[in-house]
Design a protein around this ligand. Structure first.
Ligand code: URA
Length: 300
């Protein structure tokens, strides 16, 4: 129970850090939260509920009639960041340039200073000739331990998505906005990268994209979108997902992060992501079988 509330609290903090100032709460969600509250707590439904059709969100900061709990301790101030690195790549093949860039990232003092314990910098993996470049958020604990992106639970789902497309991890490229695991005090979960952290690391990702020159970039989730397209507190995943965007002349598809899919494990969300992948397959001229067309459609 406590963990569920902690997860809700963490998700709200994560949205706030990603720049969201308002959050819409559906009546069902509110009911669920209320069910988690101790019996004598003031009802959460004192909060004005946003109906699904409504377009105006509720300010998170709205002052409740009576304070229900002491304010949580503010996070300690984030350490100041130096200016983002300026990357000067040597001449060579794409594979040679990627290796030179990997060496720069491994030697990056700021990246190293943010590693916790025996955590590793996570550069990226895949083909220097990839047509499709998947961009995630930041390494989690599993990735930092091994130094490879997307190998934990969300990563295993991403690997399944890639193989459903008829590809494998070696024929695409996978990297994150942030090259280290964002450190935090809590014993569970991940902290989303701050804008400052993303700003520092973006030149590394930009250089990876410039070297590989993929036909299509896929932004996995909101943080990847913020890193690639810039911070926009008004941007809504529901509005930008499943559509083509542009990142410096490269077609960019936005889809849900696999971790979101794990939390919302329904045929509907799986099909939404799969339709985004079908779009990517069409754009990159991959053959699509009838079976692939029909993945995650309701059976009649
Ligand atoms: N989530 C990400 O965004 N990247 C990873 O590498 C793993 C999980």
């Amino acid at each position: 129970m406590k963990e569920e509330l902690a997860a809700v609290y963490e998700e709200l903090n994560r949205l706030k850090e990603a720049g969201l100032e308002r959050v819409a709460i559906a009546p069902e969600t509110l009911e669920m939260v209320e069910a988690l509250l101790p019996k004598d707590s003031p009802k959460a439904s004192k909060v004005e509920v946003l109906q699904p059709e409504a377009t105006e969100a509720i300010p998170v900061s709205k002052t409740p009639e009576k304070p229900v709990a002491p304010a949580p301790e503010p996070d300690p101030p984030a350490p100041a960041f130096p200016e983002p690195p300026v990357i000067d790549l040597p001449e060579g093949t794409a594979a040679e340039q990627l290796e030179a860039l990997r060496a720069m990232v491994n030697a990056c003092e700021t990246c190293k200073a943010h590693l916790s314990g025996d955590g590793k910098v996570v550069f990226g993996t895949g083909s220097a000739q990839a047509d499709i470049f998947f961009c995630g958020e930041a390494p989690g604990a599993d990735e930092a331990k091994v130094g490879e992106p997307f190998i934990g639970a969300a990563g295993q789902l991403l690997t399944k998505i890639i193989s459903a497309m008829g590809l494998d991890r070696e024929s695409v490229y996978i990297a994150n906005i942030l090259k280290w695991r964002p450190e935090h005090e809590k014993p569970y979960g991940n902290r989303p990268p701050t804008l400052e952290e993303m700003r520092f690391c973006m030149p590394y990702l930009k250089a990876q994209i410039e070297i590989i020159k993929p036909k299509v970039l896929i932004a996995l989730g909101n943080i990847a979108v913020t890193g690639l397209l810039g911070h926009d507190p008004k941007r809504r995943m529901g509005q930008v997902r499943g559509k083509w965007h542009d990142y410096e002349g490269i077609d960019l598809m936005i889809t849900f992060h696999p971790a979101y899919l794990l939390r919302n494990d329904t045929m509907k969300t799986k099909r939404m992501v799969w339709e985004d992948m079908l779009e990517v397959m069409r754009k990159t001229k991959l053959e699509i079988s009838e079976q692939q067309q029909g993945f995650f459609l309701p059976k009649d």
